[in-house]
Design a protein. Sequence first.
Length: 163
Amino acid sequence: MPLEELLTIYAGERPQWDVESLVQAARKVKEHASAPLSRFKVGAAVLTESGKIFEGCNTECLIPVLSGCAERNAINHALIHGERGYLAVAVVSDLYTPLLPCGACLQYMQEFAREDARDILIICEGRNSSRIVTSLDELLKGGFSPDTSVRDLQQSFSWSCEE
Ligand SMILES: [Zn+2]
């Protein structure tokens, strides 16, 4: 779906649509980030279909592979509360050029945050309130779709084991 069309639909038809509250929630939770290694703090927030906002910050660990991005932590926060079907994700960092979600987080959004085939708006804010407004469809071309069946994955795994 073209980004302009998505913005028009959300702004016109969804009373729960409040981009500024979403970005503000992400900005606020950024201060809770645990980033002892990089000192790079990121805050994220997802807006659900029901109008609720769930936040997450990045959580670094001394074993780097155990660390988590703010976006995935925010989605996990919503999933824990039984919320699915997200309209938008906000990401806030202190970079001059706003930080876009990494590839792993985009796949996570596609799998866990996308309701049906609907696109998700992504608002990224950097230092000085500079913003990039984009969407999941614009940033992720391909990846595993939510309708990829477990059976497909299991079959491909068994084939790869046979080789
Ligand atoms: Zn990420």
